[in-house]
Design a binder for this molecule. Structure first.
Ligand code: CU
Length: 162
């Protein structure tokens, strides 16, 4: 009788981190004519359901990444810090900026900063654009950015579902 094939490590032996839910209320608008936004890439084990672990590629350790909220007319001083083990990048759909310069890949252990002006109000996605892009997005590198209109608004309640 042939020996049984070696079996892979059961998923149950991976200890997932504590499962957390997120407050869906929209965050407050960042204040000032120039606002500092930093996203740190972290390749970490996250919990995607109680007891279910997934090795995600993230912005700031969560999937999706944090909701960013600015106001039309503000300058965003953005910094990407790559704490991961592979190149990553950023792509703000809210920005009109030279993508070949500012959406460049940032090597592991490096950081990169640039400024962009929030000209268009709306709700946009941001994501990692390092190739293969779909792998980076599917592994968790996406989030929402809100650009409030310059004159603001007074909603009753605001929630962000990504
Ligand atoms: Cu990435």
């Amino acid at each position: 009788m042939a020996p049984a094939p070696a079996s892979p490590q059961p998923v149950s032996q991976v200890i997932p981190p504590a499962h957390a839910t997120y407050d869906a209320h929209a965050p407050a608008v960042l204040q000032g004519s120039t606002v500092n936004v930093t996203l740190s890439v972290k390749e970490v084990l996250v919990s995607i359901a109680p007891g279910v672990a997934y090795h995600a590629w993230t912005f700031n350790g969560t999937v999706p990444g944090p909701v960013i909220r600015v106001r039309q007319g503000q300058t965003v001083h953005f910094t990407l810090v790559n704490e991961g083990a592979m190149p990553h990048s950023i792509d703000f759909h809210a920005a009109q900026t030279p993508w070949n310069v500012n959406y460049q890949e940032v090597a592991a252990g490096k950081s990169f900063s640039f400024n962009w002006k929030a000209n268009a109000p709306g709700v946009f996605m941001y994501h990692c654009g390092a190739p293969t892009v779909i792998y980076h997005m599917a592994n968790g590198m996406y989030g929402a950015i809100i650009v409030d209109p310059a004159k603001g608004w007074v909603p009753a309640q605001e929630y962000v579902l990504v």
